[in-house]
Design a protein around this ligand. Structure first.
Ligand code: 0XW
Ligand code: MG
Length: 367
């Protein structure tokens, strides 16, 4: 079935509580881009991409929409039967810009699932579970307050916590990690995420000053080279997040042994099709990873959860979705929800979510 139209919508997502603070940036309102791909028979598939501001990684909302405007006219009239043909067509229209292609890739899979009557997880190889763990991500906050939130979230059922540090005094970061560990202990797995904000020297100090605390150190420094320089000098496992800008970066990190695991973002890597490759690469080296996105509503949340369901559970670090930091749902009928720190995998065909029309403004572009 051929593509008849591609509509692009902008959805603004204010941060619940006012601000989400990371070492690299503080964001207050996120600008999400939804795509609706409609085929000649009237069936529509949805995709979403929502960078967490313009600083977190080399992606931004206006860039996503500009890239989609470059790609989409070349997709209208294309047959949706071949995902590989559609991916090739996108690459023929624009070099790079994976995070924009990701929204379209997700929409194509939604369409394929709807047409075949199967959930997207089936198209990604098949689900291993019908319920995936999530994790709670704090903001960079005061040590006692962060520990209090950590206790609350463990009580709420989260099996893993991601504690944000960086962009402030070392003393505060070290105190935060200690307080969280004293409060939570082995009740949750802990990741300490510096979002590129530490020098290698600061990362070494934190590693030593928190030596006995079993956490994984996520994206401590800015570049893969700086992170690589920590290898053999830190005792905590090191995970990469922001540095996994494309499949080649993941391949480099896996093959050179720089990373002990990953915090992975579906849209940064180019969508679910590309993430299947990453999932399988990680499996070869038994590397744990998450299936997240930087931000967004129900469409990207569903995409993350479908993929999460296909990851070997013993190596799965959780699916982070933005629910804790946003109000409401774009699909109030079948929303993707965290319950007891876990998320049920949608069982309906396609992604299993559809944005409610009344919650969307007019499309910002139609191709
Ligand atoms: C916790 N996240 C998944 C949400 C924000 O986009 C940052 C991100 C991370 O792991 O860095
Ligand atoms: Mg991270």
């Amino acid at each position: 079935m051929r593509i008849e139209s591609i509509k692009v919508y902008q959805v603004l997502l204010p941060v619940k509580g006012g601000a989400y603070r990371m070492a690299s940036d503080t964001v207050q309102i996120l600008d999400s881009t939804l795509v609706e791909v409609t085929t000649e028979d009237g069936l529509s598939g949805w995709g979403e991409t929502c960078p967490v501001g313009p600083v977190y990684q080399p992606q931004h909302a206006l860039g996503a929409r500009a890239a989609i405007a470059e790609i989409a006219p070349g997709l209208v009239g294309e047959d949706t039967a071949s995902m590989r043909r559609l991916a090739k067509r996108m690459d023929e229209r624009l070099n790079g810009h994976n995070y924009a292609k990701a929204a379209l890739d997700i929409a194509f899979l939604d369409l394929a699932g709807l047409r075949l009557g199967v959930p997207v997880s089936t198209l990604l190889g098949g689900a291993l579970t019908d319920r995936v763990p999530s994790y709670y991500s704090t903001i960079v906050g005061a040590p006692d307050e962060t520990a209090r939130i950590a206790v609350d979230k463990v009580k709420a059922g989260y099996p893993r916590l991601q504690i944000k540090i960086g962009g402030r005094d070392l003393e505060q970061d070290v105190a935060t990690v200690h307080k969280v560990w004293e409060a939570v202990g082995f009740k949750a797995r802990i990741a300490v995420d510096a979002n590129r904000g530490l020098t290698a020297a600061a990362a070494l100090h934190i590693d030593r000053l928190c030596q006995a605390i079993p956490f994984v150190f996520e994206q401590p420094c800015n570049t893969m080279e700086e992170v690589a320089s920590l290898k053999g000098r830190v005792t905590h496992p090191v995970y990469l997040d922001e540095n996994t800008e494309d499949l080649n970066a993941v391949l480099r990190a896996v093959s050179s042994g720089i990373a002990d695991g990953f915090g992975l973002k579906v849209t940064r890597l180019g969508g679910l099709t590309k993430m299947v490759t990453v999932r399988d690469l990680c499996a070869i080296r038994s590397l744990p990873h998450s299936c997240d996105d930087a931000w967004g509503g129900d469409v990207i949340a569903a995409a993350c959860v479908h993929l999460a369901a296909t990851v070997e559970p013993s190596r799965f670090e959780g699916a982070w979705i933005a629910q804790e930091y946003i109000e409401g749902h774009t699909d109030p009928v079948s929303p993707v929800v965290i319950e007891n720190g876990h998320i049920c995998v949608p069982q309906m065909p396609g992604l299993g979510v559809k944005p409610e029309r009344s919650r969307l403004k007019a499309p910002v572009a139609t191709f």
